[in-house]
Design a protein around this ligand. Structure first.
Ligand SMILES: [Zn+2]
Length: 292
């Protein structure tokens, strides 16, 4: 991935206008279609507002309409800065840190934080090849019982294609009727797909679902038996836990999925050619509700 530093950011986006122009280009790469003139026309920036105006009929188009920036009093550049920070962090960032960096109120920082995390929620499908499946427990204010069934913690199921994408979802429990349908929904049943799990009995029927199934016997201290391991998903867990415990201290179960989404997004885009910041900005544009 190309590195993109804060200096690059400051150079590319020195002010509000550069942010708005960028957004316009990202959303209307082929030019702005004027619904009144019924064709693509040149639009000129109206200096005092965040809108562009059709050269013929004067109709206004706002690049922020339908995006997370719409109707926000926060400068666009602060939003872009927040996206930059969330894209470039390794361990994650807290609303408190955002508040300090952006110089906004905590309430605003929290709102921006939440919106940008939502931006990072991607729907990944069809993991294939060698897929590691594992569950873990995250959160809870006090230390619960060790291992499975820890009190006050949320259960998270993870699926990671080796050298590929990851998925992490909050689940109600680790029963087979919860975990198996998740595997079926997300893991392709191609002839060479191998699912690696630990010895949790809920996974006993994985083979019957039509996958090759390799079981890692953690209880027998057999962490790596050739290719049979779940180290990839475990290393994702440790990144997430380092972030959530170390940076965010604790995360309410209500918001946990959205935090997971942000860690998984960074994981899934770790090998992108373009900087993650750019990928996220493009998502703002692609998720925008197009004006009708
Ligand atoms: Zn027009």
């Amino acid at each position: 991935m190309k590195t993109y530093t804060i200096r690059d950011f400051e150079k590319q986006f020195p002010n509000e206008d550069t942010c708005l122009d960028f957004l316009k280009e990202a959303r209307f790469p082929k030019g702005i279609y004027c619904h009144k003139c019924q064709k693509i026309t040149t639009h000129y920036r109206i200096a005092t507002r965040k809108v562009y105006s059709c050269e013929f009929c004067g109709s206004h188009v706002s690049p922020t309409a339908g995006t997370i920036f719409h109707k926000s009093d926060t400068p666009l550049r602060s939003w872009f800065h927040a996206i930059f920070l969330l894209a470039s962090t390794k361990t994650g960032i807290s609303a408190k840190q955002l508040q300090r960096e952006l110089g906004v109120t905590y309430k605003t920082a929290w709102r921006i934080f939440k919106e940008v995390r939502n931006l990072m929620a991607e729907d990944i499908n069809s993991l294939a090849g060698q897929v590691e499946v594992d569950e873990t427990y995250i959160g809870g204010k006090r230390a619960g019982k060790r291992g499975r069934g820890a009190l006050g913690k949320s259960v998270v199921m993870g699926m990671v294609e080796r050298k590929g994408n990851a998925i992490a979802k909050v689940v109600p429990n680790v029963k087979a009727r919860i975990l198996l349908p998740m595997i079926e929904a997300k893991v392709a049943r191609e002839n060479k797909t191998v699912v690696f799990t630990d010895e949790l009995p809920s996974y006993n029927q994985v083979e019957r679902l039509g996958y090759a199934h390799e079981i890692v016997q953690h209880a027998a201290k057999q962490y790596v038996r050739g290719v049979a391991h779940v180290n990839t998903v475990e290393s994702l867990w440790s990144t997430i836990k380092r972030g959530i415990d170390g940076v965010n201290h604790s995360v309410s179960p209500l918001h946990l999925q959205s935090y997971l989404d942000s860690y998984v997004f960074r994981y899934n885009h770790r090998k992108d050619e373009q900087p993650m910041f750019q990928s996220l900005l493009n998502r703002v544009a692609s998720l925008a509700v197009q004006p009708s």
